[in-house]
Design a protein around this ligand. Structure first.
Ligand SMILES: [Zn+2]
Ligand SMILES: [Zn+2]
Ligand SMILES: [Zn+2]
Length: 82
């Protein structure tokens, strides 16, 4: 499921604060929180990006490294957004 837009997208995307997961140091499949720049690993690693959403309520992550092809995911919508 892909949405054209979602109301949870922050107006300005925060820059990543790190290049690895801040919790476990994993550098594979990491995601940045667009609300605060937190970097966490995906659910197939240890799930720290999802843990950050649960702790903070920040709904939007983007795949790192950021490129035109990297995806954006909204936890609130449960969908990829653009
Ligand atoms: Zn992690
Ligand atoms: Zn955040
Ligand atoms: Zn959303």
């Amino acid at each position: 499921m892909k949405k054209e837009s979602c109301q949870h997208l922050p107006t300005g995307a925060a820059a990543p604060r790190a290049s690895k997961c801040e919790e476990c140091g994993s550098s594979s499949s990491v995601r940045v929180c667009l609300s605060c720049g937190h970097v966490g690993c995906c659910d197939s690693t240890r799930g720290h990006a999802t843990a950050h959403y649960r702790d903070s309520g920040h709904p939007i992550i983007r795949e790192l490294p950021i490129s035109p092809g990297s995806f954006t995911w909204c936890y609130e919508c449960g969908a990829y957004v653009r």
